[in-house]
Structures are given as structure tokens and as C-alpha cells.
Design a protein around this ligand. Structure first.
Ligand code: NDP
Length: 313
């Protein structure tokens, strides 16, 4: 099969992925975007993509599969020229799942045990122990219980945290109290000391953390956003932190990335900024996932991790 590789990345990064994919699947014909002529474009059956430029996948009349190398496909779905009807599969990468659990765990431990405040105290040479709460006395709400949220919730429950989870459809996760639907959301937010956002970015979840929703959070609660910057009204979050309604925010994703140097979150004492590094696709574990889906396509078998375009994730 002819496979087109297209990403919004540096030439070096593109070459690196191309080399790894070619080595793992020498039987395929690999092309780097853009196709050089109409015949090459007509030969393309699969596009392996990493947030390609809008329009990059138009003009491929024989495309049978779009395979994303990234887990989130929100940017891809925003491209109005994305070929309709072509199956879209996203990346589910075991190494990325593991990394996300690590980041969420670090954030929860730091917030629960007040380690961010202790770092500030050290710079002030202030010797003062914070109160020591048991994990069971700390309620963590995980929004989105998919690949990443589900694993995160279960890991935290295994450590003794009082874990609540919120998803669209019914779920059962050992040790996790499940909330469902809009009606339960205000109650779930009001009950949580730490809220972790692992929702996909869809028309339903864009702007999820509005001023109104942030006000529903328990006074003194903390927000951990590991999903997408567009989930959060940043001005409203800044205001909620400034008036101490919220104690701290750990933010890995932002409305604009890289976070502009003059953004008020950089110096904010109640904000911990991460440079969108909570969990990255690891080529060592991701390339085999691509291989599995290409083999399934060739054999006419079911494809893994297909996106429901109607739902946006
Ligand atoms: P999944 O698609 O596996 O899971 C999404 C979850 O969100 C599901 O439980 C789904 O519910 C739930 N959900 C979706 N829409 C709604 C809604 N309207 N109301 C309530 N629940 C909803 O996503 P992943 O776990 O793979 O990814 C989670 C997020 O992490 C994404 O935003 C992704 O872009 C981001 N991400 C961030 C990275 C980083 O480095 N910061 C790296 C990788 C991903 P249901 O179970 O009912 O379908």
C-alpha cells in the first residue's frame, strides 16, 4: 500500500518518524507529504498523520484510512477539508498512557501533600509543616474516563484516594464512584478537592471550565488540566485563583501554545505551568500500533481505536 506521512512538525522530526515507520513496515510504499503529482496522490491508500496542516488530506481519491500518531484528534476534526467517510483511527499508546498516569499522580501528590507550597517556603527559608491528610480524606474527581482518565482514576483509587469519575456513558471502574450527565456535574465538582480534566476537546466540552463551572468547584479546590487548553476560560481561572476560590492549578495545556512569555500564568504563585509534556507519543510503542492497523486494513479486519466523528472523539 502507498502510505502518505503528513505532520505539523520540523523536517527533522518528520524524517525521524518516516525512518522508523519505513523500518517497521518495509512492505509499504512511504511518501512524505505532499504527493509530487496526481498519480502519486491517487496511489495513496493510507495517511499517517500528526496534526497535518488543514487541507493536507484533500485530493487523495483512494484514501481508505487516516491513522493519527497523536491521541487527540480535535485539531484534525476541525479541518473542514478532512475527507468525509474515511475511517479515522487515533493513537492509543501504552507508553503515553503510563506517562499520563505519572503526571497526574505527581500533580495529585503535590497538591494533596502541599509540596508546591513547600517549594515556595524553601525559597523564603520558612520552616513550617503543612497539615497531613490521609489519601482517603482527599477527593479527586477525574473528568473523562477513557484511555487516560480511566487509568488515572484506577491508579489513584489503588493508592487510597477517594476517587470520583465523570463520563458520558455508563462506566464501571473498581473503587471509583461514577457520576454521569450534566445534572450530576455540579454535585461532583462541589465534592472534589482536586479536579483532573481528561476530557476530549469536542463542541460539547470546549470552554468547559467557564466562570460558572469554576464557581461550582469546592472553595480551596485545585484544578489539574492535562487535556486541552480550550477546555478552560483562562481569564476566569486566573480570577478564581486570585480571589482564592481555587488554591492551585496545574496546567499542561493552554489556549495558546507555547504559552506567551507575558502570560499571567507564568509568574502566578498558584499556577504550575508544564509545556504540554504530560504524555507524549512514544515511537517505540506507537509504531507497532500503526503496523497493527495497516495489517488489519490489508486483511479487511476491524480497525483499532476508530474515532466517532459525530461525537468528536
Ligand atoms: P478517550 O477518548 O479515550 O476518553 C474520553 C473520555 O471523555 C471518555 O470517558 C468519554 O466518555 C468522556 N467524554 C467525552 N465527552 C464527554 C462529555 N461531553 N461529557 C462527559 N464525558 C465525556 O480520550 P483519552 O483518554 O485518550 O484522552 C483524554 C484527553 O487527553 C484528550 O483531550 C486528549 O487530547 C488529551 N491528551 C493530552 C496529552 C498531553 O500531553 N497533555 C497527551 C494525550 C492526550 P465515554 O466513556 O462515555 O465515551
Amino acid at each position: 500500500m502507498t502510505v502518505l506521512l503528513s505532520g505539523r512538525w520540523s523536517a527533522a522530526e518528520g524524517e525521524r518518524w518516516a525512518q522508523l515507520l519505513r523500518e517497521a513496515m518495509p512492505e509499504e510504499q512511504w511518501l512524505l507529504h505532499p504527493p509530487r503529482n496526481a498519480a502519486e496522490a491517487a496511489a495513496v491508500e493510507v495517511a499517517v498523520v500528526a496534526n497535518p496542516e488543514p487541507g493536507a488530506l484533500s485530493g487523495l481519491p483512494n484514501l481508505r484510512l487516516i491513522q493519527s500518531l497523536w491521541a487527540g484528534v480535535d485539531r484534525l476534526l476541525q479541518d473542514p477539508s478532512l475527507p468525509p467517510g474515511v475511517p479515522l483511527a487515533r493513537m492509543v499508546d501504552p507508553a503515553m498512557n503510563e506517562a499520563m498516569v505519572h503526571t497526574a499522580l505527581w500533580a495529585v501528590l503535590s497538591l494533596h501533600r502541599r509540596f508546591f507550597e513547600l517549594q515556595v517556603q524553601q525559597r523564603q527559608a520558612l520552616w513550617q509543616a503543612p497539615p497531613q491528610l490521609r489519601a482517603a480524606e482527599c477527593t479527586v474527581l477525574v473528568l473523562g474516563l477513557g484511555e487516560l482518565g480511566g487509568r488515572t482514576a484506577q491508579t489513584l483509587a489503588g493508592l487510597g484516594y477517594a476517587v470520583h469519575g465523570w463520563s458520558r456513558r455508563p462506566r464501571e471502574l473498581a473503587g471509583v464512584q461514577i457520576w454521569q450527565g450534566e445534572a450530576s456535574l455540579a454535585q461532583a465538582l462541589a465534592a472534589a478537592d482536586i479536579v483532573i480534566n481528561l476530557l476530549p476537546l469536542t463542541p460539547q466540552t470546549r470552554g468547559f471550565f467557564s466562570a460558572e463551572r469554576l464557581a461550582q468547584m469546592r472553595p480551596g479546590a485545585c484544578l489539574v488540566n492535562l487535556a486541552r487548553g480550550a477546555h478552560v476560560d483562562e481569564a476566569a481561572l486566573g480570577a478564581a485563583l486570585d480571589r482564592r476560590h481555587l488554591r492551585h492549578a496545574v496546567l499542561d495545556v493552554f489556549q495558546q501554545e507555547p504559552l506567551p512569555p507575558d502570560h499571567p500564568f507564568w509568574p502566578h504563585p498558584q499556577v504550575t505551568v508544564l509545556p504540554h509534556c504530560a504524555a507524549q507519543t512514544d515511537p517505540r510503542t506507537a509504531v507497532p500500533q500503526v503496523r497493527v492497523n495497516l495489517a488489519a486494513l490489508r486483511a479487511g479486519q476491524a480497525l483499532a481505536h476508530l474515532v466517532d466523528r459525530g461525537q468528536g472523539y
